[in-house]
Design a binder for this molecule. Structure first.
Ligand SMILES: [Zn+2]
Length: 83
């Protein structure tokens, strides 16, 4: 397992399953990753995907960055799972 320091910047929070090839634009109701509208600039820096499982006590969060310079792997932690 890697422990990673990540710079998220301006984060787009996504609450439904969506695939972005790059962060979406900041246009109020647009939020497309292929937006060409100059009025919607700049783009977000990262995406936070949230998903509630069937068990309402669990909320999964996935942080996505699109530039390798935004993430620094600080530690490699080796461990073994025990049954
Ligand atoms: Zn847009």
């Amino acid at each position: 397992m890697f422990v990673v320091r990540v710079v998220l910047g301006n984060v787009f929070v996504c609450r439904k399953p969506t695939q972005f090839r790059k962060p979406p634009c900041t246009g109020a109701k647009c939020h497309r990753d292929d937006c060409m509208d100059q009025a919607h600039q700049p783009f977000f820096h990262s995406v936070l995907g949230t998903h509630k499982s069937d068990d309402v006590r669990l909320i999964f969060r996935e942080f996505v960055v699109y530039e390798k310079s935004q993430a620094y792997p600080e530690f490699l932690v080796e461990y073994e799972r025990q049954q």
